[in-house]
Each structure stands twice: as C-alpha cells, then as structure tokens.
Design a protein around this ligand. Structure first.
Ligand SMILES: Nc1ncnc2c1ncn2[C@@H]1O[C@H](COP(=O)(O)OP(=O)(O)OP(=O)(O)O)[C@@H](O)[C@H]1O
Length: 227
C-alpha cells in the first residue's frame, strides 16, 4: 500500500502534512506521540477523511479496520462481527477462536470489558481484510491477550498487510516495518534496527529513552530514574 504526499486538514487545521509511506506486506507499526496524526492517517486510508492532497494506492482485496473506540447499538458479539460485511460466520468464528474469544460470541457486546471488546474488534478486522488497519489494538490488554494478539499479528502478517498504530515500542521491535510520526509528518521509517534507536525515540517523544538488552532482545524503556 503506497501513500504519497498525503495532506489532510480538519476545520482548516493541518493534521497530516506530505505523508509518504510504503506499507509492505507484513507487520507495519506506526509510533508517535499523542496527537501526531496516527488515527487520522488510518481514517484517511479507509476513506473516512478526504485528503486535501496526495494519493493512496491500496493493495488488492478488502480492508479490515479496528477503531480505537467503538460504540455500536445494542447487539451480540457475533452481530457486531457480521455488521457491515458479508464474511461467513465460520470465518468470523475461526478468528474469534484464534484470539481466544469464541466463548463470547453470544454475549451483548456492550457488556464486554474494554480489553475483550478490543480483541473482538481485532478479530473482525483480521477476518475481513487483506489489508488490516488496527488503531491501538494493544491498549487495555493483559499480558496473556497481549501475547496472543502479537502472535496473531505475526502469523497473519505472512499473508496480509497489517498496519498498527501503537504507543508500544516493544511491539515495534518485532515489526517488519516501523513508521515514526511526529506533528503530522513522517519523521523516520525503516526496519526496527534502523528506525528504533535511543536518539530517534528520544527525539520522537521528547523524553530520554534508553536501549536495554534483555537476553537476546533489545527493548527501549522510558528513563524515569531522575525525574
Ligand atoms: N475532528 C477533529 N477536530 C479537530 N481536531 C481534530 C479532529 N480530529 C483530530 N484532530 C486533531 O488532529 C491531531 C491528530 O489526531 P490523531 O487522533 O490523528 O492523533 P493520534 O496520533 O492518533 O493520537 P493518539 O496517540 O492520542 O491517539 C490532534 O491534534 C487532534 O486533536
């Protein structure tokens, strides 16, 4: 999926400015501070927001989208899954099962916890799309669901273009492609080893970020020792 020179404005205010990104098949993670334009980029890709400039070249197939928040009319989980598309129930059920959520299918969606809702919406997006856009899918997840979801992202990224916005730098370390956004612009992109450094992350968030080795893995943590 190619995004070229994309600019958007909301009520006359520039939100995205000349964004060019090449999202590849695999796991693409967009990091950026609050308000940097991550959600706006996803919404522009799915056509909820008209850009003032630029081009979006989509991959073949459908787009699945899991929003950061979703408040449907009262309905069961399985009806939330069915809404707006014509994917077979068996497909939806297999994705719910993949994420350990199949036992929730008859439950009223609004009664689910925020983490459970998130898992259901992600299962729906994965079932529906060849390109799958997920807005902060990891927020509110406990360690078990976090690991389950990252595992599913890795698995389906072999055949789908998965684009995830997140504040989770650890997720970005296992991505195929990382995009750092700041002030509505792409500040850096590349594979994790080139995009994720103490310098780029400290500049991105305007706080000191430290690189830490855990076993064979490199992770980045916020330095809160001297504040
Ligand atoms: N409808 C709107 N009216 C006015 N400003 C808006 C509107 N939608 C988004 N914005 C502004 O656009 C900017 C980018 O918002 P966006 O939601 O894309 O950021 P984000 O990177 O997803 O942030 P977060 O990490 O907090 O979710 C923010 O400054 C936000 O206040």
């Amino acid at each position: 999926m190619l995004i070229k020179g994309l600019s958007t404005q909301i009520h006359g205010k520039v939100i995205l400015s000349d964004v060019t990104v090449n999202f590849m098949k695999g796991l693409n993670v967009i990091l950026g501070p609050n308000g940097s334009g991550k959600t706006t980029l996803l919404r522009t890709i799915i056509g909820m927001i008209d850009p003032v400039m630029g081009e979006i070249t989509l991959d073949e197939g459908e787009i699945g989208y899991s929003p950061a928040e979703f408040f449907p009319a009262p309905m069961r989980v399985i009806d939330v899954m069915r809404s707006g598309t014509s994917v077979r129930d068996s497909i939806y059920l297999s994705y719910l099962q993949e994420l350990g959520m199949d036992e929730y299918r008859e439950r009223e969606f609004s009664t689910l916890s925020s983490g459970e809702k998130r898992m259901v919406l992600v299962a729906k997006a994965l079932a529906e799309g060849n390109s799958v856009l997920m807005d902060e899918p990891l927020s509110n997840l406990d360690a078990r669901n976090y690991v389950r979801l990252v595992k599913a992202m890795r698995k389906f990224s072999k055949t789908k273009t998965i684009i995830v916005t997140s504040h989770d730098v650890e997720l970005a370390t296992v991505a195929d492609h990382v995009v750092l956004m700041k002030n509505g612009m792409v500040f850096k992109e590349g594979d994790p080893s080139s995009a994720l450094t103490e310098e780029t992350l400290s500049t991105l968030y305007d706080v000191k970020m430290r690189r830490v080795k855990v076993g064979e893995r490199i992770i980045f943590v916020k330095d809160i020792s001297n504040i």
